[in-house]
Design a protein around this ligand. Structure first.
Ligand SMILES: *Cc1c(COP(=O)(O)O)cnc(C)c1O
Length: 395
């Protein structure tokens, strides 16, 4: 099996699994308990917090453990909204290509009376810092822009956006779920106020993540209950998952440059190969993109059929985000970069890990070419396109 769906989730690393085992077996105490078993767990948790903070360039008390990226996004945005609301600021700036964890939280706030402004992106899928500067108003309480996109892999100018928000005194949140482990993240250098991470996207366990919130930002609890996470997130801490996440994040953060260079080689080999398919187009920017992301649209193809036929050939791929598959709506990200419905339906996302090989890439190029050709041969409209009766959309 060739796994090319690392933006949906990754395989856990051996280091992550080994880091978890003792906390399911010997050190199983509840960190809130005062006895020795509990205190051993509490020490592990404190150590994990320090280590995550060190990797992000912040202090341990600025780290809250959550159940994943979605919860971190929800909590960051709702907290910023509550802070803004107190001083009458109810304008929030974001982008049309955010993850649903961000977009749906913003929709909920809109129903409450917040004004949500989603910035448009051009075909490259990149927001320009001047768009942010122009959109900020005196009643803006939050700017939330993802670091890197989960579907088309575009990397946003987060450092520049951070400077603008800091200058204007507006809180800045970034969903860095896809960036973590691939791009260096230093929250102080990037002027980030709040940031979300998810362990299962960097070879850690599922169901655990991080919300960084700069000192002084009062987080609102999303889950009510006990006083865990200094009252910011109730529920007994998932210590095994937290320990696995830390190990995975340390491993992923080491040697980012060498790892990325290798992945970029494989990525570009795949992009070059798939570009040979007639009437195909790469989605997202060719340079400002994640080292492991390849996203294409093929005219005259139905994405779901493509996926199923690739699966028969042993290739695990995706048509966009895991969250939208199963629904018939085309991806909001592809529509936002200007792909029309028919074209957006013919999408393919292949996301690499450092374990993929050149042989796998070459096999995949061959398989995609074959399957695309086959699907077009049985697609009724394809003949009209070929004979010139109907115009191609992708030239
Ligand atoms: C996967 C993902 C999330 C959600 O993270 P979970 O831990 O699965 O809840 C949020 N944002 C982005 C960009 C993602 O890729």
């Amino acid at each position: 099996m060739i796994y090319l769906d690392n933006a949906a989730t990754t395989k856990m690393s051996k280091a992550a699994i080994n880091a978890m085992l003792p906390y399911m077996d010997e050190i199983y105490g509840n960190p809130s308990s005062l006895h020795t078993a509990g205190q051993r767990a509490a020490e592990a948790l404190a150590d994990a917090r320090e280590r995550i903070a060190k990797l992000l360039g912040c202090e341990a008390k600025e780290i809250t453990f959550t159940s994943g990226g979605s919860e971190a996004d929800n909590q960051a945005i709702i907290s910023a909204a509550r802070i803004g609301e107190r001083s009458g600021k109810k304008h929030i700036i974001s982008t049309a290509i955010e993850h649903h964890a961000v977009l749906h939280t913003l929709e909920r706030l809109e129903k409450e009376g917040f004004e949500i402004e989603l910035l448009r992106v051009g075909e490259s899928g990149i927001i320009s810092p001047s768009q942010i500067a122009d959109a900020i108003r005196s009643d803006t309480c939050l700017v939330t822009v993802m670091y890197a996109n989960n579907e088309i892999g575009t990397v946003q100018p987060i450092a520049e956006i951070g400077v603008i928000c800091r200058e204007k005194g507006v809180l800045f949140h970034t969903d860095a779920v896809q960036a973590a482990g691939h791009l260096k993240i230093d929250v102080k250098e990037l002027n980030i106020d709040m940031l979300s991470l998810s362990a299962h996207k960097f070879h850690g366990p599922k169901g655990v993540g991080v919300l960084y919130a700069r000192n002084g930002i009062r987080l609102v609890s999303i889950i009510e209950g006990g006083a865990q996470e200094r009252g910011k997130r109730a529920g007994t801490e998932n210590i095994p998952a937290v320990m696995g996440m830390v190990a995975a994040f340390e491993e992923a953060s080491a040697h980012i440059e060498e790892k990325s260079a290798r992945m970029i080689c494989l990525r570009d080999r795949l992009i070059d190969g798939l570009s040979e398919i007639p009437h195909s187009v790469l989605n997202g920017d060719a340079e400002k993109r994640l080292p492991g992301n390849v996203s294409f649209c093929f005219e005259g193809i139905e994405g779901e059929s493509l996926l199923l036929l690739l699966d028969d050939k042993g290739i695990c791929a995706s048509s966009g985000s895991a969250c939208t598959s199963g629904s018939l709506d085309p991806s909001h990200v592809l529509l936002a970069i200007g792909r029309v419905h028919d074209i957006a339906h013919g999408s393919l996302r292949l996301t690499l890990s450092e374990e993929n090989t050149e042989e796998e890439i070459d096999y995949t190029i061959g398989a995609v070419k074959e399957v695309v050709q086959y699907l077009r041969s049985i697609y009724p409209i394809w003949r009209d396109l070929g004979s010139g009766k109907k115009e191609f959309i992708i030239k």
